[in-house]
Each structure stands twice: as structure tokens, then as C-alpha cells.
Design a protein around this ligand. Sequence first.
Ligand code: DGL
Length: 271
Amino acid sequence: MFDQNSPVGVLDSGIGGFSVARQVQKLLPGEDLLYFGDGAHIPYGNHAEGTIIAMARYMFEFMESRGVKALLVACNTISCVIDRCQDAVSCPTFNAVQAGADAVARLDVEKVGVISTVFTHNARCYPRRILAQSPKKMVVLSCGCPDLARLVEHNLGNPGGMAEVEDNLRQELDHMVLEDRIQCCVLGCTHYPLVEDSIRKLYPGLLLIDPAEEMARALARDLEKRGLKREGGGGTLKIHTTGSVEEYTLRARQVGLERVESVEFYPPMKL
Ligand code: DGL
């Protein structure tokens, strides 16, 4: 079973979950983190449901074999199908969509926007969850972005590529922000908080909701409750990817992840 020294798992289709790992490192610096990014198969958001479930279960099984004491399903796209994956692990799971909906439920707003992958948008899981748990009447607008996650994954920190990311953001978000006048925007894909500065620059004053903060808080509460929280600092981060070890090493540094102990290749699931 688990003990305080067991790692916490974080998984995502790519580097997007680094935005979640970063929050956990801030709030729970004593925890060892085990990260899995399925770089070989990103973007998940453009795949069929059955394929997403199979690829997600492959990552869940990896985490189970490593004995994680809690699993953060950072990927919003996988969060939409979590009911068909979570039997693959024996530890509690925390998912991004639930965290995002919890964060919105506490706000005093009437018009909420959500940007996400096409799969998350079509699955309607954000509007359904937000409306189900919000005490007051809300309008939830949602926008599925086919290219944004991939653009962020490969262009972070590169000025030419970031110009492309910002063009894409404008193309996807202008309508919801400038015409529909949403009062806040849920960053419903883990890749988007990695370009939060660009979003703030394009839409100053727009309230942004990053589910990562809520996920880290939910994890902290759970570990406290089960007596599994590792106090102090110095927790390490081990990264596994089915993609490029060089790219993940660079991105981890760019987004400010700390105490990265290793970045290793892991064979991808054959599709
Ligand atoms: N980062 C993932 C999410 O939160 C999706 C990116 C992708 O399409 O793979 O939904």
C-alpha cells in the first residue's frame, strides 16, 4: 500500500500537466512527483473517444505499477472520460474538469467562458459540471480549439512560435471575450496556463481560472486527511515521456519546474 514516501502521479497528453506539477511543487514542496506525458500521441483532443480511453489507461497502469499514493489527471480531455479509466488505479484520483468546475462554483459571475480541446468541448463536460454544481443561474459558453495545445507544446519560449500561439488565441477567444463578454474564462486544457501571460496581455482584466490551483489544494486536503502528506521541502520530480526527452527537459526548465531528478523515455502504446 501507500505511505508518506510514495510518489504523487501527474499525467497528461503532453507537457501541459507541467502547469499542474508546478502548482503542486509550490503548495506541497515535500512531495516526490512522478510525471507521465504521452508526447508520442499528442494532441489527444483530436482523437476518438475509444482511443483516448485506451491511451489514458496505459498511463494509469504505469502509475499503478509505480505505487502512486494519489493521481492527478491533469489532462482535461482525459478528465472527460475518467469514469472509464479510474478502475486502473487503486489510489484516489483528482481531475482537472472537476477542479475547474469547483473553482467556478465559488465565483459570483453569470457568464462563464471555457476554452478547451475539441474533444472536451464536444463532450460538454465543463458546462454540465459547472451547471450541476453552481448554486446560481449561469450561462456557460465553450470553445474547442483544434490547434492551440499542439502549438503551445512545440513553441513555448520561441518568439516566432509564440506569435503563432497568440494569433491562434485571438482567433479562438476574440468572440467570447469581445462580443459575448464573458466575465471569466476557464483554461480548460492544461497547455493554456503555460501561455497565461500571453492571454493576459491580449485580454487585460479578464479573470482566468486555472484548474491546476484547485487540484493542488484538493490533493493537499486529501493527503492531510489520509495522513500521507510529506512535510518539509526537497521533493523531487521524475519525468517520463513517450516523446522527446530533449524537448521535455527544455520545457520543464522553461516553465520553472524545480528539482527535476530525471527525464526518461518510456515506450508509447501502439495504436
Ligand atoms: N492538455 C490536454 C488537456 O488538458 C490536451 C491537449 C491535447 O489535445 O492533447 O485537455
